[in-house]
Every structure is written in structure tokens, then in C-alpha cells.
Ligand binder design. Structure first.
Ligand SMILES: Cc1cc2nc3c(=O)[nH]c(=O)nc-3n(C[C@H](O)[C@H](O)[C@H](O)COP(=O)(O)OP(=O)(O)OC[C@H]3O[C@@H](n4cnc5c(N)ncnc54)[C@H](O)[C@@H]3O)c2cc1C
Length: 431
């Protein structure tokens, strides 16, 4: 039985993976727990939902990532609670694991602002199965439209509503519009695919509300040129299988609704019994530890920490999660080294976020970028977006597969990941 220190990392997203990487050589036992067996590159999830990429291009089995690290054990399980005083975690499988350090990097979940029943009508985009479900709904709507005779029924099938105009909503709406107007153009005989309506609904007065007004304006122009109907200052009041009802009283008949409007900290955070924001993020000290629990750290989207440079909360973006995970891993490693050498623990430093800028793509050759106080758009921003995303993908295989699929798509407008899995018994009754 080994007596080396034990570190439990909850979550194999950007923060968890970087934390474990930074712990290389810490002479510790590390247990990485995730309820999924794969790390998911969420920024490209909308490309799976819109048939541009296959799911396997943007995910990597966590076990494979750490196959060569004998100090790392990977468990596919859900952490149900954390016991801060005992420094232990309880798993859905019934196991209880104790640790010297716990790192919570569980990310965010989608929320429907008190309307949980909307989830059945409007899937959000957080996992591969969400992306495949949205893709299935989108592709199936075109197939259903080809079978219909009634114009109103067909028009409902061909109306796609995206709720929330943050980067995910904007990217999704742009991709839906490109798919219907370009990729599918020659494939259906009974209707013109460019008649499909893509509606993007946003409660605030501009798209990409966290970007500068100039980028928002550019993105809105790009979306409208692609054929997206952008509805600003509009809230969703209700929805069902047939339609969404808007705050202006309009009822939009639709077959496909996508929710890109709200996120909150994963519920596991509540078991820490420490201060949380309204959005369920855990308020942490400047060294990312939980107040009064110096050996419990929180990293990534689920952490609420004020950036001393901007005096604003560190944003929930992948580069911030990567930097936090790395920061926590290095801090723990320094402390373990000091203890091993009988030196006093070094003073902990404060986490400082290095803002690498923001990028969002709207469609082919259309993107907005904000870097080091500069704002640009069009092809240069699109190219930069592609390079950055390839660079951050985990694994050479994923990078090469993604580059090849993008190249093919760029040349041919083809989005070949459009297969809808159908069970063999689904048509049996109709024989
Ligand atoms: C659709 C979408 C598009 C995005 N686009 C961009 C973008 O273009 N640029 C950008 O910078 N950022 C983007 N983001 C945000 C970015 O993905 C996040 O900031 C980043 O993933 C946060 O990393 P994380 O490690 O904190 O959490 P995550 O990457 O969400 O990882 C959390 C992990 O914890 C696991 N987990 C959660 N709860 C438990 C539990 N109780 N037990 C066990 N495991 C658990 C989850 O399965 C998951 O693997 C996007 C996010 C989404 C959803």
C-alpha cells in the first residue's frame, strides 16, 4: 500500500486535464473522476450538431490521454457529494474516496430559468449526445418536409429556432443557415431548402453581448446576410412540441428549438456548503482554494474568482479553465515538494488571468476576433479561429481528422456527418 499523497480531481474537462498534466512528477497518486469516459472539446460541439464534424474528432478517451502516466487512475463515475471536513468524495457507485487534496473542476450545466420542462422541447448543447440529438432533429426535419403536402406543416418543419445569441447560439444559427442554403441545396425535390427559416432569439439588445458593440454589429450583419432572422430584445415566454411563444405575443411554429441561453455551476458544487453566486459558481479565494478549506481547490467554469487586473470575474472560457487547472496543479506540486524536503510550504500566489482574446465564427469566411485591444473580422478572423481551435484540440489524430474534414467542407460545402442512426425495427410496422 502506497503512502504517497492522494489527489482527487473531479472533472476531465479543460481544467481537470490541465491540472493532472501539471501534476506530472509530483510523486503523488492522482485519481481523475469523470462521469463521461471522454474529454470533450466543447467549443466545436456545435460543429457536430450541424454535421460538419464527426463526434470522434472532438473527443478523446480520458484513459488514453493518461495511459502513460502510472501515477494517474481514471474512474468513470459521478461524484455525488464532497465532504470538505473529511476531505472525501462520495461516488454514485457507492464508493467513498479520501484525499489529501481535492480539485473540483466540474464545469457548468444548462439551466432553463425555472422552466425545466422546456428541456424536452429545446435541447441544449453540453454533451456529444446533445449534439447528436440536435443534428438528428435538424436532418429529420428536412426528411419530414419532403414527405409533407401541406404548406403550413412543411413550413413548421423547416423553421429552426435558436434561443440565446452568445457565441454558441450565433455559431449554431450561422451553421444552420449555411447548411440549408448551400449544403442541402440540390438534395430535395419537393421544396427549396433555402426557404428554411433560421430564427435567432436574444433577450438583450445585441448578439454576442460580451463582445464589443462593433463585433456584435458585424456578427449581426453576417448572420442576416446568411439569411438568419435575428430577433433582439425578445424573450421566450413558453414553448411546446409545436411552437415557441415570444414576449411580443408572436407564436412561431417550429419543429426544432435549440437552447443556448443559460448555464449554471454543476450541482455538485452545493455539497461544499460554501458561498456560491446566483449562477451556482463557487466563490473561491484568490489562490483558487475554498475559503477555510486550503486543500480543496476549484478550477475552471465552476470557479468564481475576480481578476485583479480587470476587477471583473474571470470569464467562463476554455483558456481561463486551462490556466486555472495548470495553476492549481503547480501550486499543489510545489507544496508536496516542500513537504517532502521538510521545508515550510511556500506562500501561495494569487491566480492572474491572461486574457488571450475572443473569437466567434458565423460561417464560411465570416468571424469576429478581439485580440489585444484590436478588433477584426472576415477571412483573417475565420482563419485565426480555425488555427486556434486545431491547436487546442487534444490529440494529433483529432487535429488531423478535423483539418481534413474542414478542408473538404471548405472546398465542396459538403457536411458529410449527416447520417441519422435508425434502428432496424423502426419501419417494421409500416411493412
Ligand atoms: C457549446 C459550447 C461552446 C463553447 N465555445 C467556446 C469557445 O468558442 N471558446 C471558449 O473559450 N470557450 C467556449 N466554451 C466554454 C468552454 O468550453 C468552457 O469554458 C470549458 O469547457 C470549461 O472547462 P471546465 O474544465 O471548467 O469544464 P468542462 O470542460 O465542462 O468539464 C467539466 C467536466 O466535469 C465532468 N463532471 C461534471 N460534474 C461531474 C460530477 N458530479 N462527477 C463527475 N464528473 C463530473 C463533466 O462530465 C465534464 O467532463 C463553450 C462551451 C460550450 C458548452
Amino acid at each position: 500500500m502506497s503512502h504517497s499523497p492522494h489527489i482527487v480531481v473531479i472533472g476531465g474537462g479543460f481544467a481537470g486535464i490541465e491540472c493532472v498534466k501539471a501534476l506530472r512528477g509530483a510523486n503523488a497518486r492522482i485519481t481523475l473522476i469523470d462521469r463521461q469516459n471522454h474529454h470533450l472539446f466543447q467549443p466545436l460541439l456545435y460543429q457536430v450538431a450541424t454535421a460538419a464534424l464527426s463526434a470522434t474528432s472532438i473527443a478523446a478517451p480520458i484513459r488514453e490521454v493518461f495511459a502513460k502516466r502510472k501515477d494517474v487512475s481514471v474512474l468513470m463515475d459521478e461524484v455525488r457529494s464532497i465532504h470538505p471536513e473529511m476531505r472525501a468524495v462520495n461516488l454514485a457507485s457507492g464508493r467513498r474516496i479520501e484525499a489529501d487534496y481535492i480539485v473540483l473542476a466540474a464545469g457548468l450545466r444548462s439551466v432553463y430559468f425555472g422552466n425545466d420542462e422546456w428541456e424536452t422541447h429545446a435541447p441544449s448543447l453540453k454533451s456529444i449526445s446533445d449534439a447528436i440529438e440536435i443534428r438528428r432533429k435538424f436532418v429529420s426535419a428536412f426528411e419530414a418536409a419532403e414527405l409533407l403536402d401541406d404548406d403550413a406543416d412543411r413550413s413548421r418543419q423547416l423553421t429552426f429556432v435558436v434561443i440565446g445569441a452568445g457565441p454558441t447560439g450565433v455559431e449554431m444559427a450561422g451553421a444552420f443557415a449555411e447548411l440549408s442554403r448551400k449544403t442541402l441545396r440540390d438534395e430535395y425535390r419537393r421544396f427549396d431548402t433555402s426557404d428554411a427559416r433560421v430564427i435567432l432569439i436574444e433577450g438583450q439588445d445585441r448578439v454576442l453581448p460580451t463582445y464589443s458593440p462593433g463585433s456584435s454589429e458585424q456578427a449581426k450583419r453576417d448572420l442576416e446576410e446568411l439569411g438568419v432572422e435575428v430577433m433582439l430584445n425578445t424573450l421566450v415566454e413558453d414553448m411546446d412540441d409545436m411552437a415557441v411563444t415570444l414576449s411580443d405575443g408572436n407564436r412561431v411554429a417550429t419543429s426544432t428549438i435549440v437552447w443556448a441561453a443559460g448555464v449554471a455551476g454543476e450541482s455538485i458544487g452545493s455539497t461544499l456548503n460554501s458561498e456560491r453566486t446566483k449562477g451556482g459558481k463557487i466563490v473561491v479565494s484568490d489562490d483558487l482554494s475554498v475559503p477555510d478549506h486550503p486543500n480543496i481547490f476549484v478550477a475552471g467554469d465552476i470557479a468564481h474568482v475576480i481578476d485583479p487586473k480587470s476587477n471583473a470575474p474571470v470569464p467562463g472560457v476554455a483558456p481561463a479553465a486551462i490556466q486555472m487547472g495548470r495553476f492549481v496543479g503547480r501550486a499543489i506540486k510545489r507544496e508536496l515538494n516542500a513537504t517532502r524536503n521538510n521545508r515550510p510550504s511556500p506562500d501561495r500566489s494569487a491566480f492572474v488571468y491572461r486574457d488571450k482574446g475572443s473569437l466567434a465564427t458565423i460561417g464560411r469566411n465570416r468571424a469576429v476576433a478581439e485580440l489585444a485591444g484590436r478588433r477584426f473580422s472576415g477571412y483573417p478572423a475565420f482563419l485565426l479561429w480555425a488555427i486556434v481551435h486545431i491547436y487546442f484540440l487534444i490529440g494529433y489524430r483529432n487535429r488531423i481528422m478535423t483539418m481534413l474534414q474542414w478542408f473538404w467542407q471548405y472546398v465542396h460545402y459538403d457536411r458529410s456527418a449527416r447520417i441519422i442512426p435508425t434502428k432496424s425495427y423502426e419501419f417494421r410496422d409500416k411493412e
